[in-house]
Design a protein around this ligand. Structure first.
Ligand SMILES: NC(=O)c1ccc[n+]([C@@H]2O[C@H](COP(=O)([O-])OP(=O)(O)OC[C@H]3O[C@@H](n4cnc5c(N)ncnc54)[C@H](OP(=O)(O)O)[C@@H]3O)[C@@H](O)[C@H]2O)c1
Length: 282
């Protein structure tokens, strides 16, 4: 469920793995799904449902909506996971379990972080521009979820320290909020002054992450800045893409989380608080 950029990439991977039968849950009918992957084009075969009221139970529920669409996803989860199916939540942020605990017991939620540049070109057409890397907790359910991708091109890391993996990704995403606020793609990070601000924003995020127990490299802010400076100058992160398309942005799950956890742990987050206020005002 959530057959956008990431959901479509996941569907294509599950299909190439070979042993999976797919049910794609969408808000509007999806007559076909084609994913251009680094390994070639995949036309996905599936059953399409467009209303939770007709959903039947499944073995696994996989959610790849935007974080702010959790309530809509929850309506599907209630039907699909009625008989105890585990629910993999593939989203950014650090609150995968908290976000879905109202719809399914927390011990059935498998949080997943994905690194994969992908975008929807049109309904039913998705471009996956690079390898999909999934970070999954190395417990029994996480291993079972990883097993669904066996034989596909997915790069999977089973980790005993999912918390650190999620905060590391949040540190990368925290920088993206600067270009979303400016309305400018990645080239803006090459400017000296923006580079300085980026280091400060990511440093704050890393300090909050460490306060909640994540283990993060000391030089992570510098690495994040280098990563953004190495992107093509016209590269658009997903927060900026949402802003440009006049969609809601995942500000709460990203910058909001940094500010919230910072407040709880008494770690000051003045720069992220300012970014949050300004982006929310937009
Ligand atoms: N795109 C990337 O490169 C990337 C990379 C790493 C991580 N992520 C993360 O992955 C998550 C998904 O991002 P995305 O880029 O794939 O988002 P996306 O392209 O906007 O796709 C989200 C999909 O969810 C669907 N949806 C929303 N509410 C629904 C409901 N009630 N029932 C059924 N479908 C529903 C939307 O349907 P409609 O078509 O009807 O709007 C849309 O197809 C986010 O947390 C994002 O931060 C994205």
């Amino acid at each position: 469920m959530g057959v956008g950029a990431i959901g479509s990439v996941i569907a294509a991977l599950l299909q190439t793995a070979g042993q999976n039968e797919l049910v794609l849950c969408t808000r509007r009918p999806l007559p076909h799904l084609d994913v251009e992957t680094p390994e070639g084009n995949v036309r996905v075969s599936y059953t399409n449902l467009t209303s939770p009221s007709v959903a039947q139970v499944v073995d696994w529920v996989i959610v790849a909506t935007k974080t702010y669409d959790a309530p809509g996803a929850g309506a599907w989860i209630k039907r699909l996971a009625e008989q105890g199916a585990p629910v993999a939540v593939i989203q950014n942020g650090v609150e995968h379990r908290e976000r879905f605990a109202v719809y399914v017991p927390e011990d059935r939620i498998v949080p997943v972080i994905i690194d994969c540049p992908a975008e929807r070109r049109a309904p039913g057409s998705v471009h996956q521009r690079g390898t999909a890397e999934l970070f999954i907790p190395a417990d029994a359910q996480g291993r079972a979820f990883a097993g669904l991708f066996h034989g596909s091109a997915a790069q999977i890391t089973l980790t005993d320290d999912f918390l650190s993996a999620a905060w590391r990704k949040l540190c990368i995403n925290s920088a993206g909020s600067i270009s979303a606020l400016l309305g400018k793609p990645a080239g803006v990070f090459r400017e000296e002054a923006i580079g300085k601000v980026t280091l400060e924003v990511v440093r704050e995020c890393a300090e909050v992450g460490r306060a909640v127990g994540a283990i993060l490299d000391e030089d992570l802010p510098e690495k994040v800045l280098t990563q953004y400076r190495n992107y093509p100058v016209d590269s658009v992160n997903s927060l900026l893409a949402d802003r440009l398309a006049r969609r809601p942005m995942e500000t709460d799950a990203r910058i909001g989380a940094i500010v919230r956890f910072g407040r709880e742990c008494n770690v000051p987050t003045p720069r992220n608080s300012l970014l949050l206020s300004l982006l929310e005002a937009l």
